[in-house]
Design a binder for this molecule. Structure first.
Ligand SMILES: NC(=O)CC[C@H](N)C(=O)O
Length: 306
């Protein structure tokens, strides 16, 4: 069954009472100012049809959802083996900003979607792209069809001011020989990527290539191969929700990626990309009401990759 705007609205109303049970991220001071009452959802079909409800057009900080975009840029600029000898493909079972495994596993992050893994990817982009920030901006503007997407400079500099943990992760990897560039400029790029301001509609459109074998909305050429698109979805399904990946697979049953801004993207391969937003997070750092909305949607439209 195809979701209607009425179905999406009724799902949002069903999950709205959950607001109050989670916690808006406050370790990035600029994020804690976002009203917890925001709630939005957008679905983008592979033919470009958009169905949306709630605050679906309001831009928010995409945070770790950007890790999928930086991976996609890396796949375009590196051979797969160059990436996979620096970062793993296994779920971490640890918090997204944990350092414990990194020390035990000689500076090789478990996967690309925890902070350590994304920092390695940003290090690689820094080595090979002349203007990594500008390239990312052009890339998301093209994928979303929205020329107005920008970095939120306040969020980026707020994170830079509170970057001790991410800087420590990067320096630890550098000590193990798994970080080539100076830490600070790479961190600054990473924080800018996290500070991209996008709406649910922008996100659903942007990530439609993962539902359509690597082909972005309205494009004639793929940006990753069909095989790579399948591989990214596999990594999202196993690692995209940090130590909540198993719970998300169980409840929602779709490849997904969350960010501490409260956004989650989810993919139904061959059919549609979905984005939800609700700023309060569960203890794993995933949107609490957003996950519940995706769970209800998956159930109502009868979709799951399992
Ligand atoms: N899970 C997230 O969204 C974390 C991203 C955040 N910018 C950080 O590095 O801590």
């Amino acid at each position: 069954m195809k979701p209607t705007p009425e179905l999406l609205s009724s799902i949002l109303e069903e999950v709205r009472p959950l607001i109050g049970q989670g916690k808006v991220a406050d370790y990035i001071p600029a994020l804690k100012k976002v009203p917890a009452s925001k709630l939005g959802i957008a679905v983008c079909y592979n033919d470009g049809e958009i169905i949306k409800a709630g605050d679906a057009e309001e831009a928010f900080s995409i945070q770790s959802i950007s890790k999928v975009l930086s991976l996609t840029l890396a796949l375009q600029n590196y051979q797969p083996e160059e990436i996979w000898h620096r970062v793993g493909k296994e779920p971490s079972g640890q918090a997204f900003n944990s350092m414990i495994q990194l020390e035990m596993e000689q500076g090789i992050p478990r996967n690309l979607f925890i902070n350590a893994g994304a920092l390695v990817v940003c290090d690689m982009l820094h080595s090979r792209l002349s203007a990594p920030r500008q390239r990312m901006l052009e890339f998301v503007r093209r994928l979303s069809g929205n020329e107005h997407i920008c970095y939120d400079k306040v969020v980026a500099s707020s994170e830079m001011d509170h970057s001790d943990r991410n800087a420590s992760i990067a320096y630890l990897m550098r000590a193990f020989g798994n970080f080539d560039n100076d830490v600070m400029p790479v961190l600054a790029n990473y924080f800018h990527y996290c500070a991209l301001q996008m709406s649910c509609v922008d996100l659903a459109k942007t990530f439609n290539y993962l539902a359509n074998k690597g082909l972005p909305l309205g494009a004639e050429k793929t940006i990753v191969s069909q095989t790579q698109s399948k591989q990214v979805n596999a990594l999202l399904a196993t690692c995209g929700l940090y130590d909540g990946a198993g719970e998300f697979a169980y409840r929602v049953g779709m490849p997904g990626k969350s960010g501490v801004g409260g956004g989650i993207i989810a993919i139904v391969p061959g059919e549609m990309s979905i984005a939800v937003w609700s700023p309060e997070l569960d203890p794993s750092g995933n949107s609490l009401a957003g996950t519940a909305a995706l769970e209800l949607l998956a159930e109502r439209i009868g979709r799951s990759i399992f």
